[in-house]
Design a protein around this ligand. Structure first.
Ligand SMILES: Nc1ncnc2c1ncn2[C@@H]1O[C@H](COP(=O)(O)OP(=O)(O)O)[C@@H](O)[C@H]1O
Ligand SMILES: [Mg+2]
Length: 336
């Protein structure tokens, strides 16, 4: 059932489970994930590499290769449509017209043998029936919108003639061509240096306002989250462990994993100090520990954490975290 008909709710992911079955035990890459994206909202999904962020995005987009992937449970609603019940043709249509995506490495998403003008123009033509001349003008406008200088001169460039940042701008122009309600951006700035990254983040923020889109932004970097997010979901080992407004996550995190990510974030105050790094690594999805999946790396771990993985504890205003130890002890209660 559509959870909130006629509301500002755009995307709703409910108890999503994606497994990979190879030889050996099942890898529960996404193990019961819930989140929501509202219209015109920027929602960040943050977590270390291997937490299931990309698999979640691919499930929403209907781009998971099945097999090896299996949708083992859950529902996804986009503007009231149940995506798992949608025929493939309608899903393709939705992907081209209402949900757009921007991935990490534009070099693999742009076709090296076609010019920038051809590729953005193609995206325009998929969206609307216009003459070649109109498509060209719209292409130039889109390239201008994403900050490509003198776009009419760049139409005949090939992807390899552009810098990494410019290529990512072209990818964003292609995503905008369909005037989407939602852009899913999966680590779009990870391969870029910090200055260019900051420019792209500013661009996305501006575009979100101008075009009234929602953005689901996936990253391993809380620094990026700080720059762009309205609402944050912290993912660890295939589950969401904490969610809240960007303000709540940065000022009063209540899950040890979120706190550890914050501690490993470089800040001005920590300049010159050795940065904290979380001990250990994300467990492979086929070999997760029992109980809370973070407990082997957690500085607050208690014996009960090895037995059961608790549900969310509510901190008000949509902020909730799955750690009973901090909930009971009040650690983290005072603003950090
Ligand atoms: N095609 C696949 N076959 C088997 N395991 C996969 C496949 N794709 C992803 N996984 C596993 O699913 C887990 C989550 O991956 P992913 O969503 O890419 O993580 P993230 O994007 O958070 O870094 C990882 O452990 C990864 O190895
Ligand atoms: Mg990923």
């Amino acid at each position: 059932m559509n959870p909130e008909p006629h509301s500002d709710l755009l995307l709703s992911v409910k108890n999503l489970k994606v497994h990979f079955q190879g030889v050996g035990p099942v890898a529960k890459a996404v193990n019961g994930v819930d989140f929501k994206v509202r219209r015109r909202q920027t929602v960040c999904i943050v977590g270390e590499s291997g937490c299931g962020k990309t698999v979640t995005a691919l499930a929403i987009l209907g781009l998971l290769k099945q097999p090896p992937a299996v949708i083992a449970g859950g529902e996804i609603f986009f503007d009231g449509l149940s995506l798992f019940d949608l025929p493939a043709s309608q899903m393709r249509n939705l992907r081209g017209k209402r949900i757009a995506m921007v991935f990490q490495e534009p070099m693999t998403s742009l076709n090296p043998v076609f010019t920038i003008g051809d590729q953005v123009g193609e995206a325009v033509l998929v969206h609307e029936e216009v003459s070649d001349d109109q498509a060209r003008r719209r292409t130039i406008q889109l390239l201008y919108d994403v900050g490509i200088v003198e776009p009419e001169k760049r139409l005949n460039d090939y992807p390899h003639q552009l810098s990494g940042g410019q290529r990512q701008r072209v990818m964003i122009a292609m995503a905008l061509a369909c005037e989407p309600d939602l852009i899913i951006a999966d680590e779009p700035t990870t391969a870029l240096d910090v200055t260019v990254q900051a420019q792209i983040l500013r661009l996305l923020k501006r575009l979100k306002q101008d075009k009234e889109m929602a953005i689901q932004y996936i990253t391993h970097d809380l620094g990026v989250v700080a720059a762009i997010a309205d609402h944050v979901y912290v993912m660890y080992a295939g589950v969401v462990v904490e969610q809240g407004s960007a303000d709540a996550i940065f000022s009063k995190a209540r899950h040890p994993y979120t706190m550890a990510l914050l501690d490993s974030l470089p800040t001005k105050e920590k300049r010159g100090q050795r940065l904290y790094s979380i001990p250990g690594s994300v467990p492979h999805p086929a070999y997760r520990p029992l109980g809370c999946p973070f407990h082997p790396r957690c500085r607050y771990c208690e014996p009960s954490c090895e037995k059961a993985f608790p549900d969310f504890f509510d901190y008000g205003k949509g902020h909730e975290a799955r750690c009973p130890v901090l909930y009971k002890s009040g650690v983290g209660e005072k603003d950090r």
